[in-house]
Every structure is written in C-alpha cells, then in structure tokens.
Write a protein that binds this ligand. Structure first.
Ligand code: BGC
Length: 459
C-alpha cells in the first residue's frame, strides 16, 4: 500500500514522480511543435528533389493538419478504452513510424503518407497529453503542469527553426524530418515507466490501483479524500454516449472548449508561426537571412513568454491572463495592420518586428497555454476524453482554414486589413472570455464539474 511509503518530494510538496509525469507527457508537445514547424524549411528542398507541382506541395505541407484532424477525435475514444498512458504511447509510436516514412521516402506518395501519420500522432498527443497531465495533477498546480505542454510546443517550434536553418546549407530535408524519431522514442520509453491516470482507473473499477498511483504522485500520501471525490464523481456513470455532449449540463462546457479552441486559431497565431519569414520580407527586410534571423527571435520570445504563464496561471488564475493577453494581442494586431497600410517604407521593419514580438508575448502567456489547459480541465470525467477530442479537432480545423486562406486573404485584402480581421476576432474572443469562460484556478476537476451542473457563478 502506498500510504506507508516515503514519497520523494520536489518542492512545495510536489513529488518528483509527478514532475516526471508532466515532463514525459509534454514530450508530445515538443513533437507537436517540431513537426508543425519543420516543414516550412524542409519544403524548399523537397520541392527540388521531387519536382513537386503546386498541388503536391499543398499535400506535403497540409497532410499533418489533416492527420491531426482525424487523430484528435480518435484519441478520445482510444483514451477511454485503453487508458491515457497507452494512448500517449501510441502517439509516440506513430511519431516514430511517420518520421521514418518521411525521412526515407522514395517519392511524394510515401512522404505524404508519412506526414499524415505524423499528423495522426500530433492529433492524438494534443488530446492525450494535456488530459493525462490534468488528471494526474493536484488542483493547486494543475495549471503550471499542463502549461508545460505548451512550453514544450514552443521549444519544439524553436528547435525546428534552428534545425531548418542549420541544415539549410546542405539541404538535408531527410534529416530535418527524421530527427523527430528521437523524442518519439523518448516518449514511448518514458511512458513505459509511468503510471495510469487514477481517474481512468477508478472509472474502470480499479480503485486499489488508483490509490497506489495517487500515493506515488501526492506528497505525504494523503489520498483518501481525493480518491473518495473521484469515486463519487464517476460512481454509477458509465462512459457517456456521444449524444451526451449536447446534454444541457455539458453543452455550456462544450461551447467554452470549442469556442476557445477555434478562437485560438482565428486570431492568427499560425500565420505568424508558419509565415513569419515571408511577413518579414514583405515588411522590407532586405535579405532572406535577416528575415530568418528575425523569425528565430520570434521563436525565442515565444518560449520565454510561455514561462510567464507557467509562473502565473495558478497564482492569478486563467481569466485575468486570458483577458490581458487578448487585449494585448488585439492592440499589437491593430498597430501591425496600420504599419502595413500604404507603401512599405524603410521604417516599417522595426515596427513590424516589435508588433509581431509583442503579439507573440501576449499570445504565449494567454491563448497559447490556457486554451489547452482549459480544454483539459473543464469537462466531467465520464465525457472528458471525447469532449477534448471534439474541441481539439475544432482547433485543428480552424488552424487548417486559417493557414490555407492566409495567402489568399493577403492578396485580396492586403496584409493590413488581414491583420485587422484577426484583431476583430480578438475582440470577439475578449467578449467570449469575459462572458462565458469560468475561473478554474485551484478547483479540483470534480469541483469544476459542479460549476456546470449547478449553474454556479463563473468567476
Ligand atoms: C497552438 C499552435 C501554435 C502554437 C504556437 C499552440 O498553442 O495550438 O497552433 O502553433 O501554440 O506556440
């Protein structure tokens, strides 16, 4: 029995086992960031090697998003049936297979299949990793631990920028894609040594195992109260059918999750993440080199600003960070748009860099981490996996639409008006957050469930 065991602690009573759980699961985020970021640099060389036409280029670039769209809802069902841990491991295996297929592809078909498999893995990980961390974490530091997932995404994006730039001289796109095998293997091996989520175990009637796991990840081994709360939450409740997503007690949570997921994308983040070098060039940067340097800077700012969220999310709460972050994003987008109006002149470069950097800072401590966090914590256990799957799929759908239409939008409206359009969605996101998004800081997952069931006040 775990109660008697001395549990090694990290700080403030956080067990080392728990930090390890969050760190390993977050490797999924690293792969998510790396594999979405790496393709822009690799595409240049793939295009030459395989003589791709426009449509084939679209497939190579878009396959990951398409795979993720399928993987996300699938992951929900997998996580309910086989557990959170095995689902995360499955993502790791898919990452390895997809990366190898891409790296050794002898033609465009194999390459696209490899990218689709990597996309599936990203879809699965973007559901399973935050969910697993949220279910393992004590309420007090859940925000911090789940935000590690977003930190890992940003590190992955930065790594992709660095690898792409480093290998650009030799044009080794196979290495660019293949390097993802390493973190993929780390995810699988790391997960082998980690326990299953106690909430899932209780749901499967395996209460004794759940007690042991909680003992490992709770300092002082104080688990009985929490175990009782979980048990009463999932008592008499089988995994709910899909139709339950629309039940009156679940619907408001579904709206919040899907709303935040879509708003995270339609406020334009990935036009910056995926198209930054082009934006910098069109803003008057003289050389591709300078534009790439500025892009790398954006990657660093993204990582560093995510740390602000990790530090603050369990102290000041989710709502204040979201509201301040969104206000800042809107302001930066408005100024950015204004800078692009009229002719590009010598002065626009520094203004663009400053606005883009500020926009990233504001995104990285608000919509970036908190959307993934809220999606993973606002749903009741019996429907959580499926609801996260649906919200995550909406995130990928919106991502796909925005990145697909961005070049055309810029052509039709001009860069200035396009950024103003994102700003308008930012205003919508502000109103939505103000009116609909509950504060979940410090509440247990079971307490959050009660907010919806009993219509408790949001703030
Ligand atoms: C978003 C990604 C984005 C990344 C940027 C994530 O939260 O879901 O679409 O590329 O943040 O850091």
């Amino acid at each position: 029995m775990a109660e008697g065991r001395i549990t090694p602690t990290f700080s403030h009573g956080t067990t080392t086992a728990l930090v390890l759980v969050a760190a390993v699961a977050a490797i999924g985020g690293l792969l998510f960031g790396y594999d979405t970021g790496v393709i822009s640099g690799a595409l240049l060389f793939i295009q030459k090697d395989f003589a791709l036409d426009g449509l084939q280029q679209g497939w190579v670039a878009g396959a990951v998003t398409l795979g993720a769209l399928v993987g996300a809802p699938g992951a929900g069902a997998l996580a309910d049936r086989f557990g959170r841990r095995l689902t995360n491991m499955a993502a790791g295996v898919l990452f390895i297979v997809g990366s190898l297929l891409g790296a050794f592809a002898d033609g465009v078909q194999t390459l696209v299949i490899g990218r689709l498999v990597v996309g599936l893995a990203i879809g699965v990980t973007s559901v399973a990793a935050p969910m697993y961390i949220a279910e393992m974490a004590p309420a007090r530091i859940r925000g911090t631990l789940v935000s590690l997932f977003q930190l890992a995404i940003t590190v992955g994006i930065l790594l992709a920028y660095v690898v792409d730039t480093g290998l650009a001289g030799s044009g080794s796109w196979r290495w660019m894609l293949g390097l993802a095998v390493l973190p993929g293997a780390l995810l699988v091996v790391g997960m082998l040594g980690l326990p299953e989520s106690p909430r899932w175990l209780v749901k499967r009637g395996r209460t004794a195992e759940a007690r042991t796991v909680l003992g490992r990840v709770r300092a002082g081994g104080l688990v009985e109260g929490e175990l009782a709360a979980i048990a009463s939450d999932v008592a008499h409740e089988q995994t709910a059918p899909w139709s339950e997503l629309l039940a009156p007690t679940i619907r408001p949570a579904l709206v919040v999750g899907m709303g935040l997921a879509v708003l995270q994308q339609v406020t334009g983040i990935n036009t910056v993440i995926y198209y930054a070098p082009e934006i910098f060039e069109s803003a008057g940067f003289a050389s591709a080199q300078a534009a790439l340097g500025a892009t790398m800077g954006i990657g660093v700012v993204n990582v560093l600003s995510t740390i602000i969220a990790i530090w603050l999310v369990d102290r000041v709460g989710r709502r204040p960070l979201l509201l301040v972050g969104l206000a800042g994003m809107v302001s930066s987008l408005v100024v950015l748009g204004a800078g692009f109006r009229g002719d590009v002149h010598a002065g626009i470069g520094p203004v663009t860099v400053a606005c883009l950097a500020l926009y990233i800072v504001f995104f990285a401590f608000s919509m970036g981490p908190i959307v993934w966090l809220m999606i993973s914590e606002i749903y009741p256990t019996r429907i959580r996996a499926r609801a996260i799957g649906v919200a995550t799929a909406s995130n990928w759908g919106a991502n796909f639409l925005v990145t697909l239409t961005f070049p055309a939008l810029r052509q039709a409206l001009g860069s200035g008006a396009t950024f103003w359009l994102f700003a308008a969605f930012g205003v919508l996101a502000l109103v939505f957050t103000w009116r609909r998004v509950p504060e979940t800081k410090g509440k247990s997952l079971e307490e959050i469930e009660r907010v919806w069931v009993h219509h408790l006040p949001l703030r």
